[in-house]
Design a protein around this ligand. Structure first.
Ligand code: PRP
Length: 221
């Protein structure tokens, strides 16, 4: 009985403040299940993140400016809705990298920026090691990171991007905690693949997937 009730709730996209959780795609469920699974190896893990990135990026296109354009074909004219702005892509190292690769499949010519950040393991506050971001003044930025726990890392990147004059920020992430959703800058549109209910004492998502950076590239020493 519980199972019958749970499945329809599981397979539906739902809104969460200014965010959207794309819960109705079996394709996404397949790849999110793959990255959650303990046995998934590093190559499969990055490959599924890339697939999720591509899917989230396709969804993000509806947030961009569009115009109807008449396309000349060899036999006539066809009206099409096309994107008229090229977003700037920005990711947070390390775990954002495989996701970014998928996003680049959709926006192959976009300029790309990087924040090197790691959460301090005691305070959970992100420490920034390096920022390399192209011009974002008056541009739409698509920020990409795999996990959101406290939202400290995402908010630090968002604050910096706002100071640089970004016109609009769309945040693509795979897994976000309910707490992270509440803490995220409400001006930012969030598109996520899954929301997890628990942040444990080490600020890891539960059930989550462990450490996405380590699972993508190996543990840090
Ligand atoms: C993870 C993740 C996010 C951050 C989320 O990175 O990729 O960037 O933690 O946590 P928060 O929402 O509480 O700030 P981590 O610091 O583990 O670095 P890594 O990607 O190099 O492993």
């Amino acid at each position: 009985m519980l199972r019958k009730l749970f499945i329809p709730l599981l397979i539906c996209t739902f809104s969460y403040g200014n965010g959207e959780v794309l819960n109705d795609s079996l394709y996404l469920h397949h790849h999110v299940a793959t990255i959650r699974r303990t046995e998934t190896n590093r190559a499969q893990f990055r490959q599924s993140l890339k697939k999720i990135g591509e899917y989230l990026a396709i969804e993000s296109m509806s947030e961009l400016e569009t115009a109807t354009t008449n396309i000349e074909t060899p036999l006539g004219t066809a009206p099409h809705l096309v994107c008229t702005e090229e977003p700037v892509l920005v990711t947070i190292l390390r775990a954002g990298m495989p996701l970014l690769e998928g996003v680049q499949e959709v926006y192959p010519n976009a300029t790309v920026g990087f924040f090197a950040m790691a959460r301090n393991e005691k305070t959970f506050v992100p420490e920034v090691g390096y920022i390399g971001v192209p011009d974002v003044q008056d541009k739409c930025v698509i920020l990409v990171d795999t996990m959101v726990g406290t939202a400290g890392s995402a908010n630090a990147a968002i604050e910096d991007l706002k100071k640089r004059g970004a016109k609009k920020i769309i945040f693509l992430c795979v897994m976000i905690s309910s707490e992270g959703f509440e803490n995220l800058d409400p001006q930012v549109k969030v598109i996520a693949a899954a929301v997890d209910p628990i942040l444990n004492e080490k600020k890891y998502l539960v059930p989550g997937l462990g450490d996405a950076g380590d699972r993508s590239y190996g543990p840090k020493k």
